[in-house]
Design a protein around this ligand. Structure first.
Ligand SMILES: Cc1ncc(COP(=O)(O)O)c(C=O)c1O
Length: 432
């Protein structure tokens, strides 16, 4: 009935998440509110970890791309599920460190890591630094030398595969701010430079071809291209890639019209391709990392809002004003991300009204969804926007000096706050 398995309708006709009545959760914690089902998060983690094991035995590690949803409790869950994490900033690294996350299971990304962030990574003993460019490589060599350490790195390669939801092409990817291009010889030069550096240990390569990808072929194609590159580097330089990070980007179901493969299907497809390719090239199967973000958390989350106003403009549209907006979910205003919405207190009724859900920010574009189907709603109704577990809290802001909402987790029929809601005093915290 809903896009996410953890949602249902109870005997009161209310939406439930993880078996708990959403209207009760809203009554207890207020709105706007992020709610996430821990069971669904763990189920998604296990879909990846078990298929990783099936395809690569102990020779692989699932890294949660923490940019999708970073907080202490999520780091604890990843550690508990035996996963590593991908971080892209000093802040994400610091969050992981603060809960004692095993730093050797962290991969540090970024196209312009600051010297301070690189130093932090070396000092914290981050497992792999994914080097993006030659300036960074030299900077890291200097920092590692100063600390008397060796930095283990992967080089980020642009495989030249550009993935879209329903197609892929092999050109154009050269125009990306991330990584070393294969076509220009930049990647070759980076390998030769890295293996000559004293405080750098080149473990292998990384590639990430995009996000919300529904086809499996681009993943297979990227793996094949990077393996062929590794094989060529072996014959030209003697360097043998030991590790391959295939990135994230596995598509998920945001709306009923989305029809992505199951998580294990992605893994099995690229696994089969990779084994076959290694066999053809006579190349040892490398240690594999993958970095799913949204596929771990998106469908575990909903955002609850209270309707404040309903403004019908005859022959134009109906605006439903909610108590949140682009400050808790900027994805529609950023790239017209699609979401489904449900009236949580009449969740089983037909969704036969068409409305525009408008946020409370002082921007005409502050919309959560336009012309979307929902039950007819009125002031004080509770709206749930579905599949908001990824890139909502992590992209939230204090625009218009709104407070970021709390995040509540549901587990075994119980709820708990994992990130408290901000107060007005929090807004003043950094002001002088
Ligand atoms: C390098 C890298 N890895 C992993 C991810 C996670 O992508 P997704 O959340 O689509 O799985 C991203 C997303 O931007 C990324 O840039």
């Amino acid at each position: 009935m809903f896009v996410s398995d953890c949602l249902a309708v109870n005997e009161k006709n209310h939406l439930t998440i993880g078996g708990v009545d959403a209207t009760e959760i809203a009554r207890q914690y207020g709105t706007p509110l992020y709610v996430m089902d821990e069971g669904q998060i763990r189920k998604n983690c296990r879909a990846f970890t078990s298929s990783m094991r099936r395809n690569y035995g102990e020779n692989g590690l699932v890294l949660f791309a923490s940019k999708a949803f970073c907080c202490k409790e999520m780091c604890r869950i990843c550690a508990d599920e035996g996963m590593g994490m991908d971080v892209v900033s000093g802040g994400e690294m610091y969050t992981a460190k603060s809960v004692g996350f095993p730093m050797d299971k962290i991969c540090f990304h970024g196209n312009n890591k600051s010297p301070r962030e690189l130093e932090m990574a070396v000092e914290f003993g981050v497992g792999r630094i994914v080097v993006d460019n030659l300036e960074e490589l030299d900077r890291l060599e200097t920092i590692a030398a100063q600390h008397g350490r060796t930095a283990c790195i992967l080089l980020r390669i642009k495989p030249g595969v550009e993935a879209h939801t329903h197609e892929f092409i092999r050109t154009g990817q050269i125009d990306s701010k991330f990584g070393f291009a294969l076509q220009t010889g930049e990647a070759d030069a980076a390998v030769r430079h890295a293996i000559a550096l004293e405080h750098i240990c080149l473990k292998g390569f990384h590639c990430h071809i995009g996000s919300q990808i529904f086809d499996m072929e681009p993943f297979d194609e990227a793996a094949r291209i990077v393996l062929e590159f590794a094989s060529r580097m072996r014959s030209e330089t003697g360097y043998v890639m030991q590790e391959l990070n295939l990135g994230g980007g596995f598509g998920i179901r945001y709306t009923e019209s989305d029809n992505p493969p199951r998580l294990d299907q992605y893994m099995d497809s690229v696994g089969a391709c990779l084994h076959e390719c290694c066999k053809t090239l006579g190349f040892p199967v490398p240690f594999i990392y993958i970095e799913p973000g949204r596929a771990i958390v998106a469908d575990a989350g909903i955002t609850l809002y209270t309707v404040g106003t309903v403004k019908t403009i005859p022959s134009v549209r109906t605006y439903v004003g909610i108590d949140g907006g682009m400050f808790d979910n900027p994805r529609y205003i950023l790239y017209q991300a699609a979401y489904e919405a449900v009236c949580a207190n009449r969740a089983g009724d037909p969704r036969d009204a068409v409305v525009t859900i408008a946020g409370k920010c002082c921007e005409s574009g502050d919309l959560i969804q336009e012309h979307t189907h929902i039950q007819p709603v009125q002031p004080d109704d509770l709206i749930a926007v579905l599949c908001t577990g990824a890139y909502n809290y992590s992209m939230a802001s204090n625009y218009n000096r709104n407070c970021r909402p709390p995040v509540v987790f549901v587990r075994d029929g119980e709820t708990r706050v994992v990130i408290r809601g901000e107060t007005y005093d929090d807004l003043l915290r950094a002001d002088i």
